[in-house]
Each structure stands twice: as C-alpha cells, then as structure tokens.
Design a protein around this ligand. Structure first.
Ligand code: T46
Length: 137
C-alpha cells in the first residue's frame, strides 16, 4: 500500500470572541507552542513581490494573516506545499529549518508574526541550495 505523506502545513486556530466586533488572542502554551520573544507585522507590502524565501536555524514562528490574504509556501527539502491564509483566527506554524515563502500579497494584506527568538540576522538561511545541502545532514 502507498504510504501517505504527512503534511508539513500545521495550522493553529485561535479563539475568536464576538463582542461588538471580533477579538482574537493567542498565548503560550495554549495556542502558541513556544514562549513569544518578538512580534512583528508586515503591511503595505508590494503586491507582486515574493517575501520570505529563507529558513531559520533556530527561530520558530506562527504567522497570522489578520487582514486580506496571502499564499504561504513551505518546503522541508523533500516536500513543498502551499496554503492560502485569509482568516485572522488561523495561524500557520513556521518551524525552524522550514523554507518559507510568502506570495500574492494584496494591497490590504497585513500579517502578524509571533517569534520564539529576537531578531538575529545570522539565524537566516537565504540560499535554497545551501538549505537543501544542510537539511540532509
Ligand atoms: C520571516 C518572514 C515570515 C529587523 O530588523 N527585525 C525583525 O524583527 C525583522 C523580522 C526584520 N528586520 C529587518 C531585516 C530586513 O532588513 O527588516 C528587513 C526586512 O526583513 P526580511 O527581508 O527578512 O522580511 P521578509 O518579509 O522576507 O521575512 C520576514 C522575517 O524577516 C522572517 O523572519 O520568517 O517574515
């Protein structure tokens, strides 16, 4: 029998409270699988440009598209999968050593990212061929 491959896309659904509008929240450990050291958000990104295109050695993240939509591509060196995010209560786990790309930003897209580590330029792997070399070691 053909073995089914496990998806590399892990989505997290956080609480969404309806109270004169909507309020979503995420905290560790209930929704976020690591203590949060950093928060950043991206808005007014140039619509046709791809962002990301890297992996992190150590940093783990959960990314939410809190307005608009975005297509995320995840790649572990053996599998490449994509998913569209367009619901503020759905986050995608960007684990360490997962190559990730962000495509199809819309004019109004806002993404919010919760990160396990402070910003460290040396934590980025920006060369895909190098990523493939070290992922197999
Ligand atoms: C990621 C995806 C999802 C900082 O100085 N501090 C920060 O905390 C961040 C996130 C970025 N920067 C600087 C580094 C660059 O000079 O902001 C500039 C743009 O960063 P970058 O080109 O890495 O942006 P993206 O959108 O390609 O990637 C970002 C995060 O950097 C990355 O960790 O996983 O979003």
């Amino acid at each position: 029998m053909k073995k089914l491959r496990k998806s590399i896309i892990e989505l997290i659904k956080i609480p969404k409270i309806t109270d004169d509008g909507f309020l979503c929240f995420a905290q560790n450990p209930a929704q976020i699988p690591f203590p949060i050291k950093r928060v950043y958000y991206i808005f007014e990104a140039v619509p046709d440009l791809t962002r990301g295109k890297h992996a992190h050695y150590k940093n783990r993240q959960v990314l939410f598209c809190i307005q608009g939509s975005i297509t995320m591509v995840l790649d572990n060196g053996r599998q490449r999968e994509e998913v569209m995010l367009n619901q503020p209560e759905i986050g995608i786990v960007l684990d360490k050593m997962i190559w990730h790309e962000m495509h199809n930003f819309k004019k109004d897209t806002i993404i919010l990212v919760l990160a396990s580590r402070v910003y460290e330029a040396e934590d980025y792997i920006r060369d895909y061929n190098f990523f493939l070399e070290i992922i197999d070691q």
